[in-house]
Design a binder for this molecule. Sequence first.
Ligand code: GLU
Length: 485
Amino acid sequence: MTASGVRVRIAPSPTGEPHVGTAYIALFNYLFAKKHGGEFILRIEDTDATRSTPEFETKVLDALKWCGLEWSEGPDVGGPYGPYRQSDRKDMYQPYAQQLLDKGHAFRCFCTPERLTEMREAQRSSGKPPKYDGLCLKYSAEEVSAKMASGESSVIRMKIPTEGSCDFTDGVYGDVSIPWDSVDMQVLIKGDGMPTYHMANVIDDHLMKITHVARGEEWLSSVPKHILLYRYFEWDEPVFMHLSLMRNADKSKLSKRKNPTSISYYSALGYIPEALMNFLGLFFVQIAEGEELLTIADLVEKFDPENLSKAGAIFDIQKLDWLNGRWIREKMSEEEFRDRVLTWAMENDRLKAGLGLSQSRISKLGELPELMGFLLKSDLNLDPSAFAKIKSPPEEILEILNTVQPDLEKILEWNVEAIEAELRAIADRMGKKLKVIVAPLFVAVSGSSRSLPLFDSMAILGRSVVRQRLKLAAQAVAALVGSGK
Ligand code: GLU
């Protein structure tokens, strides 16, 4: 335990590409820990077994390490309150659920998914927010035992007060009051015995001695459930701090459909971690004009959690570009710059794999930039005329691009075999030959119809870069369709 006793955590769920929003919350927690001489901890929240994957867990860890945010306890480094991955802790939650059942704070619910769907539909159609109606509260202990003995499956739900409101002070929002009748009787333990996020999160925060919970504002409405669990267990609750979400310039939620949101996209494009942290850190500090260029140590110094702005954090790419450029030009020696460029080019084996694919396709080394440059480019500056050589008309190209884009999201492990299999399946579904599908993708991904093998190139570029290139290509082709060319 550190002198201050402050312990904070970042608790990502490994269900997708590591998001810049995760880096933003992680940086806040990191600065908070450093400012107080406390500990910054990483916990993997993988209770959603259907969506969590080891690939995404590795990516989250790598992305946060790339950001330079080192944790003192976590699944990779261990620590006194481990394990730090919830799926490795799954047997720890059941006794707590039993405690709640024994004390009458929770109950078994035998409602079938069909009944719950019907109930929610009825609530929606009468204009009420969907919420569990408490049907199973009526069963006596004997009835519950009989149902259990007969093998009926059940979940465990928490009881919620029927009157009054949950009042608490949020470290960012200030005083908050949420009426209990708007809070659902949350499932704590699912039918398969796994805890839900709410249950595991509260128990782990307590067992890991977390003092301050700083996370995105989307969790603010869950605080009553969490506070109630702390009260049921008679545990001290942490201080809650809910940070405004990062938004696009038009105030819409930052989502990959609008702008790339994954950290690996920005690292692949050659943004440097110091600049990304600098950019995100500016949301947490007050500075005068001209003081924008800040290292993490500067950010720790200027960080004042008492004086946080509630103004939304806008993900302004131009500002990020500006900071990144300044870091490259003003903060690096010539030698550092050289090292950085080489490290970046070698990252994810991009250069190695690209050279491997190129060797059999060139007669002079000087042809390499033309052939494989697209693997390193941040922007292809795709000209719609690049699609002119393809036999399909623009309408068909657009249909292909728009079908492939969402379908590629279904790939769990992004690798050559999976990409090929998915593209073959898409071709089948669309009733088209594979080569018809592949031709526009070649151009979208590499900017040229003559380049390296497509599936390998897509694997090397990574999911987030491919996603963005397909999106830009679809925009370019849509302009062709619109202009009737
Ligand atoms: N696993 C949650 C998430 O990924 C963590 C929320 C929290 O910090 O409590 O958003």
